[in-house]
Design a protein around this ligand. Sequence first.
Ligand code: SAH
Ligand code: F3S
Length: 482
Amino acid sequence: MEEKIIDETKQGIALSLESKAENTRKLYIESYGCQMNFSDSEIVASILVNQGFNTTSKLEEADLVLVNTCSIRDKAEQTVRKRLEKYNAIKRINPSMKVGVLGCMAERLKEKFLDEEKIVDMVVGPDAYKDLPNLLKEIDAGRDAVNVVLSKDETYGDISPVRLGTNGINALVSITRGCDNMCTFCVVPFTRGRERSRDPRSILEEINDLAQKGYKEITLLGQNVDSYLWYGGGLKKDFKNASEMEKATATSFSGLLAMVAEAQPKLRIRFSTSNPQDMTEDVLHTVAKYQNICNYIHLPVQSGSTRILKEMNRQHTREEYIELIDKIHEIIPGCGISQDLITGFPTETEEDHQDTLSLMEYVKYYFGFMFKYSERPGTTAARKLKDDIPEEIKKQRLTEIVDAQRKHSAYRTNQFLGKTVEVLIERESKKSDAQWSGRNPQSLVVVFPKESYKLGDFVMVKIADCTSATLIGEPVGYSSNN
Ligand code: SAH
Ligand code: F3S
């Protein structure tokens, strides 16, 4: 679980098991960045399976290579550029291979991509995937193709994703797209457009289908899940006017959570990401009420200094964040909380940095994702503030917060010694093929001897040992959830 401590842009080469025998063309699809990108690649794969493609894990044999890209930090973009070099080398051997760039970098750079990277044939933004069949025709005819139009209503709710690289146990279900928050450091509102919510019926259908296929845990995904809001449904004639109808039929995030939890009481439910400013008590009560919603909240804070939070256009103070943390513990005892933090934001002083460290000390997060500030072109911070914290200071502060997090993680894992926790088995342990690896509700990794348990089982595990990142134990029987 070391990757949870420091920023490592996640990467995945994904293969689908759902292929069609009659399909002859081969698609190689690779994803970088956030979970939303991984989820989007499943939508893209679903569209392409209907266009005569099956997925392959061998780059050399691909007819079409798609890379789903991330722009969140400069490093993420550099990683993608390196991959393009690799594709270029393969294209020299196989000149008919086509290369398409998807996702946030496609949206940010648009047509410029075609000039900057000669090997790219197609550039497709996150809201334009339904146009892929047309864009493919263009590149098949030897023309470059670009669609980076952002949408106010596309949610891909009507597309049933093809699951990629799946263990058949965990699945991602997207519930909102885009973000309206405009944090000053963040490129997402520019690359993913306006926030919109997906029809709850299509969300439920997808989840029921996953449960029926044997999946055991779903994560509801959005840049800001707490602002999920669906207006609709019902017949106008049943209401006095449109606004009354909207109010009466609106589904909020807590409403959606309750619906999902009730529809599938055996499924473990997680959600990501919560923005402190939009999280309501309703959501906390819903998490507390339903046993199958995991007691775990990813609650990015970015900084512990109210002054920096204001510069970041986060809509809460340090004190309000602390109040929310206290409320979480009061309403959901034993809730796991994790963070995202940015260090070295413009104008950050040593005092601001100490505020971050003291906030961490107060919360003692279970784990976290910590990043050095990376200036993103076009954002308010890039336009208005000089990236004035020297690299060595950013590095030094990052080391300090990573060290503090390691200490807090160890504190949290130690609290589980001697306790028995419910674990969903998700994979074989990386260190030993005699051990299973899964997570407890608080999202801590637990490893234990396989005995006769199987992937996808819910097992009670008594914790005997731990590191700062992992709980180690012995299975004591099946959980009642099996
Ligand atoms: N709301 C989204 C945030 C996406 S970005 C989500 O909840 O997942 C994920 C994290 O990347 C942010 O929380 C922030 O900590 C970090 N991040 C975003 N922009 C950044 C930048 N310009 N430099 C460094 N880190 C950044
Ligand atoms: Fe980015 Fe802030 Fe939205 S971090 S994704 S603008 S909540």
